[in-house]
Ligand binder design. Structure first.
Ligand code: AMP
Length: 476
């Protein structure tokens, strides 16, 4: 695995897309989208991706990772007239994310006709088959449906030169590993593989050892798992009082747009029902529009809810994690974890629904006394103490952090942090630490490093860039 190389000469600071060796048509599309400068993940991923290298990118959602892998792919595509079967495949965990990636790619492809097909479950099979038959350059989809097309022979993988596994940790969590492996086994060996994930648990490491070749490791998340622009608080609650406290919270905060996360589909339905009954009775909240979304809903309803969230016609969305991931709606101002997530990674993903690309956001997490260790695990994972919200129920107060910590709760060093967290009243810190919730610190190039990226293959992608520039009347 390649990581930062301290002996390498310092790399020039990249603060503009023009320094990234991109075609004029791409620079124009970026300008049109209002992207004035590359985000850290884009600065780090685009150069090695253009060189055809395999990449493991550790970045939370909302950092611009979609464009980070889409820009190089679009730059290197052969025209449809030269190759009518897919050249790049993006695997994502959910249908909604597939649609989002598709939309971002379409915008980035502005000015250069590009055939992109979404192959996600819940959508019409026949239409997807027709699109594939007509020829396509990029496929974006969920593993189950993609494998279905491969088996039917409607998706021919032999010309794929780039594969992206987006939100890889989530795909593994929801049981996609066997099907992902089956898909990868049908793809050409001489290809580029880019794996993006908020965290790199051991299962992902195994996958990368098996399917990636000498990857560059880019880490944009260690020190900023949950970004500073997101204020994060917790409130101690009794299970039976959660709903009342939620109403008080909504009343106090009057969120522009909020997502409330529940652990189960049934819990999501139940809370949605209760909110629809109670919210209209609270004067200040009576005009709030409330919807819910979870994996048991049919695709048409899910699409409708997402569209309404995006166009601002929903104020409060009650959701499960599966659909919560990857939602990219910049107007979401509040995240409320009605049920604390069982998995630290889910916390990061939920909170990442707000504060997108550095915008302001706030996240609240309800914690019952039995869930204390989970809160501590989350704090260890993000290396930050959450602040206690005054709506906490006093009988269950957790000792407040000292004022200095509250001012700057981002602590350096896991030992110092662990001891601060342990000073609090919650039990079993050792158990949590022994489960190793802290991400490994080694073998990773951080965003601040200008990683010395060694060229692995002298490769076809450069040729592709030149071809594209020639086609587009490029400026080089
Ligand atoms: P993602 O992490 O790909 O979901 O992106 C999060 C949001 O950031 C999306 O709304 C993107 O359109 C936006 N975005 C991505 N890259 C940039 C950039 N360089 N400048 C401004 N916004 C960006």
């Amino acid at each position: 695995m390649q990581t930062s190389d301290e002996s390498a000469p310092p790399q020039p600071e990249i603060d503009s897309f023009t320094q990234l060796d991109l075609s004029r048509v791409m620079l124009h599309a970026l300008e049109r989208m209002g992207y004035s400068a590359p985000s850290p993940i884009q600065r780090q991923v685009i150069p090695p991706a253009l060189d055809g290298q395999d990449i493991i990118g550790q970045a939370r959602t909302g950092t611009g990772k979609t464009a980070a892998f889409s820009i190089p792919i679009l730059e290197l595509l052969d025209p449809l007239s030269e190759c009518s079967s897919p050249q790049a495949m993006i695997l994502v965990p959910t249908r909604e994310l597939a649609d989002q990636v598709f939309q971002e790619m379409e915008r980035l492809a502005f000015g250069c006709k590009t055939a992109i097909t979404v192959l996600a479950g819940g959508k019409l099979m026949r239409r997807q088959m027709n699109q594939l038959r007509a020829g396509t350059q990029i496929v974006v989809g969920t593993p189950g449906r993609i494998y279905d097309h491969i088996q039917r022979g409607t998706f021919k993988t032999q010309n794929l030169w780039c594969i992206v596994l987006d939100e890889a940790d989530r795909m593994l969590d929801i049981g996609f590993r066997p099907v992902i492996e089956k898909i990868l086994r049908t793809c050409p060996r001489d290809r580029q593989t880019i794996l993006l994930s908020a965290t790199i648990p051991p299962e992902i490491q195994k996958l990368t050892q098996r399917y990636l070749t000498d990857p560059v490791h880019i880490n944009c998340s260690l020190s900023q798992v949950s970004v500073d622009s997101i204020e994060q608080r917790y409130m101690t609650v009794k299970q039976d009082d959660k709903f009342d406290i939620l109403l008080q919270l909504l009343h106090r905060e009057m969120p522009r747009q909020a997502i409330i996360f529940c652990r189960t589909k049934r819990g999501t339905d139940r809370l949605h029902r209760k909110l629809r009954e109670s919210v209209p009775k609270v004067d200040a909240l009576q005009n709030k529009r409330i919807e819910c979304i979870h994996g048991d809903m049919n695709q048409r309803d899910r699409d409708r809810v997402f569209a309404s969230l995006r166009d601002g016609s929903i104020d409060i969305l009650v959701a499960t994690d599966v659909v919560g991931r990857g939602i990219d709606v910049s107007t979401v101002s509040h995240i409320i974890n009605f049920d604390i997530p069982l998995d630290c990674d889910d916390y990061v993903h939920r909170v990442g629904r707000t504060g997108r690309m550095g915008r302001e956001g706030i996240a609240f997490t309800f914690v019952t006394v039995a869930e204390g260790p989970q809160l501590t695990a989350i704090e260890l994972n993000i290396n930050k103490l959450l602040q206690r919200d005054p709506l906490s129920q006093p009988a269950m107060a957790r000792p407040a952090p000292n004022p200095e910590e509250s001012k700057d709760s981002k602590l350096n060093g896991s030992t110092q942090f662990a001891s601060k967290a342990a000073d609090r009243a919650w039990p079993s810190l050792e158990t949590i630490e022994s489960q190793s919730v802290l991400p490994p610190n080694d073998a990773a190039a951080t965003c601040d490093d200008q990683a010395a990226v060694k060229k692995r293959r002298p490769l076809f992608p450069k040729r592709r860039v030149n071809q594209r520039l020639a086609r587009m009347g490029g400026d080089e």
